[in-house]
Design a protein around this ligand. Structure first.
Ligand code: GAR
Length: 205
């Protein structure tokens, strides 16, 4: 197969990781994939503005519009299928996707998590809460992990991990920013490029 892997990015909030992916596409760090669609579960997510500014198609799938999580996931699946998506990137997507969804896309869904898995991960650990927990525990090193998504929350195969030092006086917000700058925004594009390469090689085989 010639051409690029088609990427969908799922978001819920500010979208700095989405921005890192868009920038990586612009500067050639992502060359084997193309961001074709951004899906948000929140209609007011700033990430949607970032996508629009980059000329990327957007869609909103609001959990509140569906009776069950299966219906919600099926609506996302429909968009994925309709747009011929190869790789799904969870970039600050704050919903846990069930087996109904994850089993449909083995080694096709990538998540970025703001800690060194298996620490501070799983149900209830997301966004700033992860950094609050790391500081409350008193660990001296934290970091971020990019992994494939399976039916266990934050339990899929690890693609990349990077450690980040905790410094005296850190607040959750300061630590979150350092983890993003030093780890997430660098690793996520590299991991996505790697996964796109794998998918293209599989299609060509
Ligand atoms: C990021 O730190 C991401 O790792 C985290 O939420 C933040 C989203 O920021 N994701 C999770 O906690 C998922 N379990 P962003 O919207 O600016 O990319």
């Amino acid at each position: 197969m010639s051409g690029k892997a088609k990427i969908a990015v799922l978001v819920s909030g500010g979208g700095t990781n989405l921005q890192a992916l868009i920038d990586a596409q612009t500067n050639g760090i992502i060359s084997l994939g193309e961001i074709s669609l951004v899906i948000s579960n929140k209609p007011d997510a700033y990430a949607l503005e970032r996508a629009k500014a980059a000329g990327i198609a957007t869609a909103v799938v609001n959990r509140k519009d569906f009776c069950t999580s299966i219906d919600f996931e099926d609506a996302i699946k429909k968009l994925i299928e309709k747009n011929g998506i190869d790789v799904i990137v969870l970039a600050g997507f704050m919903c846990i996707l069930g087996e109904n969804f994850t089993k449909a896309y083995p080694r096709r869904i990538i998540n970025v998590h703001p800690s060194l898995i298996p620490s501070f991960c799983g149900k209830g650990f997301y966004g700033l809460r992860v950094h609050e927990a790391a500081l409350a525990y008193g660990v001296k090193v934290t970091g971020a992990t990019v992994h494939f998504v399976n039916e266990i929350p934050d339990g899929g195969e690890i693609i990349m991990q990077k450690a980040v030092e905790i410094e005296d006086g850190d607040t959750p917000e300061i630590l979150q920013r350092r983890v993003m700058e030093q780890a997430e925004w660098k690793m996520l594009p590299l991991s996505v490029e790697k996964a796109c390469g794998e998918i293209l090689r599989g299609k060509n085989a």
